[in-house]
Design a protein around this ligand. Structure first.
Ligand SMILES: [Zn+2]
Length: 185
């Protein structure tokens, strides 16, 4: 099934935020309805198996959009080395409050912990965001260097030198730069 979504974030929280894109310099929201969220989930679980067990109930659609905005602003604050807006932290914490830490014995002398709770899709998105913020190297979190692009990604390259969402975006940015330089001459 073809869909408009992009999966370049290397992280489910980032790919969720990346459902807002720029098309010809205009912002476009790819999640316009609860149906879009279902399509995104089906497409996203191929890249992020942690989504395969969840379902987004239609009534949580608006909350999902609110959560997406909060995650974007928190991640942007990280990229800009600023403090995150406390109202956005509250949005995340409010959703996380619907779950709890669950400890499991996985073998003799072996345990694992999971965060579980009443799942309507939002809890998983909030949990993966919390994991990203606390257990990842946030110096590898970037917004695409193309100034006309708003996609975010986690750089998983060995060299840690990824700066663009896709090679296409890099090429577009370079040709715009080239054009502007030529016009300036
Ligand atoms: Zn880009």
């Amino acid at each position: 099934m073809s869909n408009p979504f992009v999966f370049v974030g290397e992280n489910v929280a980032l790919d969720f935020v990346n459902t807002e894109i720029m098309v010809r310099n205009q912002p476009r929201d790819l999640l316009a309805s609860p149906a879009d969220l279902h399509v995104w989930k089906s497409a996203a679980q191929v890249y992020h198996p942690e989504l395969s067990t969840i379902n987004f109930d239609d009534p949580v659609f608006q909350q999902a959009i609110t959560l997406r905005g909060a995650i974007r602003r928190i991640l942007k604050s990280v990229i800009k080395a600023e403090s995150p807006p406390s109202s956005d932290m509250e949005i995340l914490n409010h959703i996380l409050a619907a779950g709890h830490l669950h400890l499991e014995a996985t073998g003799v002398g072996q345990f694992s912990q999971r965060y579980i709770g009443k799942e309507n899709g939002l809890l998983t998105l909030a949990t993966v965001t919390a994991t990203l913020l606390t257990q990842y190297d946030l110096s590898r979190l970037h917004q695409c260097k193309n100034e006309r692009c708003i996609l975010m990604f986690y750089d998983t390259t060995k060299s840690g030198t990824r700066r663009w969402c896709t090679p296409d975006c890099q090429n577009r940015a370079r040709s715009i730069e080239h054009y502007q330089k030529r016009r300036g001459d």
